[in-house]
Design a protein around this ligand. Structure first.
Ligand code: BV8
Ligand code: ZN
Length: 250
């Protein structure tokens, strides 16, 4: 990475009054979590965008629930990597929340709890815009539970008999308005938005860095390749999140 760029990036981080970070599947790639657009992103010949929809859940709930059960089992062996940890340490040091993720793998939350140890972890806990596969919710009454292994019969809500489904936002479903509002306010009030490991094509998440820029703030992107956001970024740091983030933030 070009020295001048690197020095400018470290200065932007050092001088920033308020920082927001938006992460995507790329930050979990080094933990062994497949990204969406990875060549192998298919499951049983289904494209994620096909399975992660309310239409697919209504049409064939077993296949969709089996996909999420498979993703949960694949996650079981994964641990937060140095990228997750560096972000957790960064927000714990600043004592001010600012981490927003599109990931449903729960690795940012684990990194926050592990890095905080006995101390409060709030500042490093992410706003999980698209939910978490580790949680289930009732399709009808919104009751929530820790996710359970999928049995022979479709899981039902003990309160209303509704379908128990993963507590994630499917394509075509709206995000939790309170969470989205908090993320938008963080982005609008930040003078630096760190964008890590996302192709920045899924909305409304992809609009958050533009809100920071629109308010006169800077975008610093960390990715192994160019994305839809690179041309509007102040700086694009090409490299793996697990290597770049500790060097940039610690
Ligand atoms: C909604 C949960 C109201 C489920 C997910 C405006 C314009 C166009 C379309 C729309 C629009 N507004 C709404 C839409 C429709 C849609 C959308 O954005 N479609 C896209 C595909 C065009 N949005 C919605 O449906 C949203 N709902 O808007 O409701 C509405 C409804 C209908 C119509 C209008 C309004 C809901 C979106 C949320 C869907 N749920 N996940 C699940 O996980 O199963 S999205 C899911 O996909 C992820 O959460 C994430 O958001 C996205 C994947 O993107 P990335 O995380 O960026 O991953 P990707 O693989 O693409 O890229 C990885 C990157 O990492 C790459 O750049 C790679 O180079 C990099 N990388 C790899 N390794 C590393 C690395 N970088 C650094 N280090 C490494 N080691
Ligand atoms: Zn219910």
């Amino acid at each position: 990475m070009e020295q001048g760029q690197w020095r400018q990036a470290r200065r932007l981080v050092r001088e920033a009054r308020r920082v927001v970070a938006l992460t995507g599947a790329g930050i979990s790639a080094e933990s062994g979590v497949p990204t969406f657009r990875d060549a192998g992103g298919l499951w049983k010949s289904h494209r994620p965008e096909e399975l992660a929809t309310p239409e697919a859940l209504a049409r064939d709930p077993r296949t969709v629930l089996e996909w999420y059960a498979w993703r949960r089992s694949a996650l079981a062996g994964c641990r937060p990597n140095e990228g997750h940890r560096a972000l957790a340490r960064f927000f714990l040091r600043r004592g001010e929340a600012g981490l927003v993720t599109q990931n449903v793998d729960g690795l940012h939350t684990r990194a926050a709890l592990e890095e905080a140890g006995e101390d409060p972890a709030e500042a490093a806990l992410p706003l999980e815009l698209h939910g978490a596969v580790g949680r289930d919710r009732c399709e009808s009454c919104e009751a929530r539970w820790p996710a359970e292994p999928l049995g022979e019969t479709l899981p039902r809500c003990s309160a209303c008999g509704g379908l128990r489904r993963p507590d994630v936002v499917l394509f075509g479903e709206t995000l939790d308005p309170d969470l989205l509002d908090r993320a938008r306010r963080l982005a609008e009030r930040a003078d630096l938005c760190l964008v890590v490991g996302t192709s920045a094509v899924v909305y409304p998440a992809a609009a958050l860095p533009l809100a920071t820029r629109g308010a006169g703030g800077h975008i610093v992107e960390v990715n192994v390749q160019r994305t839809a956001l690179t041309e509007v970024a102040t700086l694009a740091l090409l490299g793996e999140a697990g290597t770049v983030l500790p060097a940039l933030l610690d």
